[in-house]
Write a protein that binds this ligand. Structure first.
Ligand SMILES: Nc1ncnc2c1ncn2[C@@H]1O[C@H](COP(=O)(O)OP(=O)(O)OP(=O)(O)O)[C@@H](O)[C@H]1O
Length: 298
């Protein structure tokens, strides 16, 4: 479990993370989404004790990172896959990490196998492809068999096989009851991977909800020979409506049942009434529109 309470980080006049309060729960993949510069990496760095918050707290398993005795056994993280000594072999890198964290040598072989790197273990870290570097970073994160895992943009630069592999790995880790917190700006990817979503913009929490709830923020497509009259009626009832064609409307903020009832009360015939499930991409765009606009101005 990761617990953030009022977590805040400022860089000069800029508030990178703004009063973030949330819980990341075990047994699920929680996607951490936001436009570039939203504050995702800064939040993860504060959880790992790499950046000091200006206010608030970040706890892992109920403790601040600095107070965790064997951090690698509690929380594993992949922040920057390239942050490995380039001259060391993958195995030597993991062995050094294991030794300094009181983890037995045998576990190194296990994690190399989990990430499918047993045959590349002798290669120098600096000579690994990005995909292999990601796997090595994940092997390091898994080394202490931690209950909490954090991945910052893990699929960046990966080929489709690598992306599928990471997706399956995260699912498996969550199914084992672990807390899996993964940042991404790829909404389509999160739609396939995450159970729960945390969306931030300009450092502020925008959404903290199950994936289904975010995606179901739906629009309703309507066709009627009296679209103009119907639009007037719907707006009067507080429904947001836009006219998309001579006889077509799209309404948001009301169910098909409500729209059907309103049309019936007004005596207006309908030729189509269908719920359009918003893709996460659309939902994300709507949710973060303000913060993205702000971002592009600065
Ligand atoms: N060390 C730093 N010094 C000054 N400003 C910083 C520093 N680190 C981050 N920032 C700023 O804080 C804000 C949040 O950055 P952060 O990297 O956390 O966002 P992000 O959501 O991870 O973005 P991205 O998707 O681009 O990685 C940005 O405006 C960034 O420029």
């Amino acid at each position: 479990m990761i617990t953030l309470r009022g977590l805040t980080k400022r860089y000069g006049a800029r508030t990178a993370v703004d009063d973030l309060t949330l819980e990341v729960r075990p047994g699920a993949v929680t996607g951490f989404l936001g436009p570039n510069g939203a504050g995702k990496s800064t939040t993860m760095r504060m959880i790992l004790g790499l950046d000091r918050p200006d206010a608030g707290t970040a706890l892992v398993g109920g403790r601040p990172y600095q107070k965790i005795e064997n951090p690698l056994r509690t929380v594993g993280a992949l922040l920057d896959a390239r942050a490995v000594h380039p001259g060391r072999s993958a195995r030597a890198h993991l062995l050094a990490l294991a030794r300094s964290n009181g983890i037995g040598r045998a576990r190194v072989g296990e994690v190399l196998e989990i990430v499918g790197m047993d045959r590349a273990a002798g290669r120098r870290a600096g000579a690994l492809s990005l995909g292999m570097s990601q796997r090595l970073g994940i092997a390091a994160a898994l080394l202490g068999d931690p209950a909490v895992l954090m991945f910052d943009e893990p699929v960046n630069g990966l080929d489709p096989d690598g992306v599928r592999w990471i997706r399956r790995l995260m699912r498996g880790l969550a199914d084992e009851g672990r807390t899996v917190f993964v940042s991404s700006h790829l909404m389509s990817e999160m739609q396939l991977t995450a159970d729960h979503l945390v969306v931030i913009g300009r450092g502020k929490l925008i959404v903290d909800a199950p994936l289904g709830e975010v995606v179901a923020a739906s629009a309703v497509r309507i066709r009627s020979p009296h679209a103009g009259d119907l639009a007037v009626r719907l707006r009067a009832a507080g429904v947001e409506v836009s006219r998309t064609g001579e006889s077509q409307l799209v309404a948001t903020g009301a169910s098909t049942e409500r729209i059907g009832d309103l049309a019936h009360e007004a005596g207006i015939r309908l030729h189509e009434l269908s719920a359009q499930e918003a893709s996460l991409e659309q939902a994300f765009h709507e949710l973060t529109a303000d913060s993205t606009e702000y971002g592009s101005r600065v």
